[in-house]
Ligand binder design. Sequence first.
Ligand SMILES: Cc1cc2nc3c(=O)[nH]c(=O)nc-3n(C[C@H](O)[C@H](O)[C@H](O)COP(=O)(O)OP(=O)(O)OC[C@H]3O[C@@H](n4cnc5c(N)ncnc54)[C@H](O)[C@@H]3O)c2cc1C
Length: 468
Amino acid sequence: MNDVDVVVIGSGIAGLSAANSAWESGLKRVLIAESEGVVGGSSRLSGGIVMGAPTRFQQAAGIADTADALFNDYMAINQWMVEAGVVRTYCNEAGPTVDWLGDLGVQFHDELIFGGGEIVPRCHCAVNNGQGIIDALHAKARERDIDIALGQRVNRLLVENGRVVGVAVGDDEIRAGAVIVASGGFSLNKERLAELYPAAAAMGDWLWYIGADGARGDALDFVEPLNAQIIGQNRGLRLLHPNFINAVEPFLPGWMVLVNKHGQRFGTESAPYGVMDGFMRAQGDVAYVIFDDLVLHPERGPQVATYKQSIPGRGAERHNANWNAIMVEDMVKAGRIKSSDTIEGLAQELGLPKEKLAGTIARYNAGAHAGVDDYNKEEKFLRPLENPLFYGAEVRPATLCFTAVGMRIDSQARVLNDIGEVIPGLYGAGECTGGIIGDRYVGSGNSLSNGATFGRIAGRSVGTTFHA
Ligand SMILES: Cc1cc2nc3c(=O)[nH]c(=O)nc-3n(C[C@H](O)[C@H](O)[C@H](O)COP(=O)(O)OP(=O)(O)OC[C@H]3O[C@@H](n4cnc5c(N)ncnc54)[C@H](O)[C@@H]3O)c2cc1C
């Protein structure tokens, strides 16, 4: 006799979606085991941006979009190097899942935003960010009498004849008809980072993880005896990080110039952060930002935009955490931001080739005066760097947002073993899975939507099997 119909491991967006969906598919004895003392995992701390198309929120905003368009963009951005069948399901279901989140009480701002290079906006911004999503899903779970056991760190799966039949927290065992793993990533686990996400481990002392405490990669341990297939090697999301402070600023201000070790530009400074990670890998993960005195005295020069767009519900200024006048002045004094009255002098301070950096800035300035840019940066950002002092600082992709290496699932969120067989009774969703999020993060909004979509699918799949 089972203690419950289904156990969900983890109470982030994937786990709460899975539990609510299982309940909707007719399972009334649903238990969520959460290792920490608080519900919500990294989802709770997140920006609350969820991607999906088409949705009723898009429709209300007059935006025409399709799942096909999302799929085409997704595959192109990732150069087809994702699990295409599962991604097709994801793209088909992401839009309806955003609507479903709305049905469960998640509130989204009327205005949608662009995540990257898509033709129409398809990123939905939750009111009160990630906490707003978690609060709504949690409230719905309580209303439905879904049990949430806090402080219960699952460390073992119960397996009988190859079938997963429950979980264990130390000596306490709970038998269930199925188990849905939604235990998040492994960003806090140094050994796992070195093994599975070496690009993050390579950030060494610079590495700064901004997610929740539960991200120890426990699932990797407890699914190992079942030979679960682990895919998505070296994937996740790293954001640019300056050499002086731990503060989240996902986008670079568009008025900066970003150069590599050779003093040359290599990409659009205002590019989406999901793309910036890849740019940086191609440059050996080290670059330098260059700017001038107008950062300290904006009133002395032409007014230009800082970011491509603002996020509904958040002030624009709040996000300029690193590159504002107060911070720059302090960090120049601390010797972390270098300065000089000439570009050549700045190059010397930063250890960059003088002629190349001077040439790069001269060409950038000529373009800025003409309103054009070699990297197609929008005119609204263009401001020549010709007001000494000139400033520069080293940046690396060292702010670790999440990991994307994990269990391989099929389109029904069933976990596969290393010979491609379904592991009976075991389902997965969210950051603990691999193969859906690719080398390029399609976002904002890719990860929460992945968690919600496959959480919802997992709950439904368990329900279908249960009633079969
Ligand atoms: C600051 C920040 C901002 C972000 N902003 C966005 C955004 O706007 N849009 C977007 O798409 N993505 C965003 N992301 C990424 C996204 O938030 C995460 O990838 C996503 O929330 C993961 O959801 P999840 O449910 O899989 O994992 P989590 O939300 O991390 O939930 C996993 C849960 O499992 C628990 N757990 C772990 N091990 C065990 C165990 N052994 N037993 C029981 N429980 C366990 C954890 O404690 C945790 O509560 C952001 C991330 C961060 C850190």
